[in-house]
Write a protein that binds this ligand. Sequence first.
Ligand code: 173
Length: 490
Amino acid sequence: MASSDRTYSGKEVALHNSRESCWIIVHGKVYDVTDFLDDHPGGSKIILKYAGKDATVEYDPIHPPDAITTNLKPEKHLGSVDLATVEKVKVTITDEERARQERIAARPPLSEILNLHDFEAIAKHTMPEKAWAYYSSAADDEITNRENHAAFHRIWFRPRILKNVTKVDWSTTILGQKSSMPLYITATALGKLGHPDGELNLTRAAAKHGIIQMIPTLASCSFDEIMDTAAPGQVQFFQLYVNKDREITKRIVQHAEQRGIKGLFITVDAPQLGRREKDMRQKFEAEDPSEGAARAISSFIDPGLDWSDMAWFKSITKMPLILKGVQCWEDALEAYDLGLNGVVLSNHGGRQLDFARSGIEVLVEVTSKLKEMRGLSFPNEKFQLFVDGGVRRATDVMKAIALGATAVGVGRPFLYAYSAYGPEGINQALQILHDEFEMNMRLLGARNIKEVVAGMVDASNIHLHMVSVPADNLYESNYERLQGARLREI
Ligand code: 173
């Protein structure tokens, strides 16, 4: 019987290269995954590709480092391998990859990146194709994905003048926690697809700029690694996918609380993952070749979650509870009546139900109905409203604040910033937003976030989906059209 302190040679491991006996190497350790093959959420095919070999490079972006140790029985942890004896997995540099490297070398200097669209433009041309497809993809015809951004174009400003705007301050508090801007880094999965440090890029930049990061359940880095990287006292939120096994959920939630997480955002818009066709066309190497990266790893999410679970969440944690993915006033009202602490008006970046309305549009109906039915005014300390989706500018954030949001979530733009330029990219992205806030607060005539009020916007057309707006040239050049099926080469 193998013992876990044994050191194997690469040759010995290489013998176990079949479905009958399948060993793999990850980070210098040897694992017997023969019995696990059919339980692997991403299917057996991808593991078998690395049978007897070092799978680290393929493993890293998709799994938190502790995924293998927590999911594989201890007796299957066979020991270490002498890496010097392991045959390198041959990485053949394709013409496509060579061309990508050339494009990376041709990036403009960061000083020429002027806005968040610019990061997206560079990321589109320099990220590995699969990673770009995964981050940029959205559900079905991607109508909601485009609408998220377009909806902000139906809101116009009514600036005030002569307000002595020598000093302007756009800092705020979110769930009682200080933030240097009324926005937070929202949760997005698989951060390492864009850069080897994955979510840690966001953690470090959030600390530097005094903003809050929402840590995703499906981060590429482990939760503890992210918490350990955070600066002392750095405020973080946690996004939760609820596992069918509630004991696992309870363990995750209580661990998050114990590590100092200040808000639990329960995702409620993904009982099943949307079909993201750009991702599916990448032929991600899952059991079912049409699955795509996200679907392959999401089978644990419980479609049985319902309102009656909320009392249970309250019983297992004292963290503020916020539902992420509310899409109409009726559900916002229910959340309020159940005593939850807020809702994120979100359609998951257009990645779930296509033709779901934008969060900013839903915000307008939620504030009006909750005022009418419960006498609430917004922003509201006790029941906070958040919006995400389509945000690219400080002016987008200010529109949401004027309409009653406490803060706004930004996801993809920050992934693109670090995917295109690494840690300096995300720093620059946040600096750009600070600069945009400073200028636009002055131009709007608001000295602080409390002065950004409903009277400063005209959102009277928000519910009209067919109004003429000026062309959005930067966005249009980044948006990638869906491609239909093509004939095979003959
Ligand atoms: O939007 C997503 O891609 C997402 O939330 C997700 C969910 C499960 C697995 C991977 C990603």
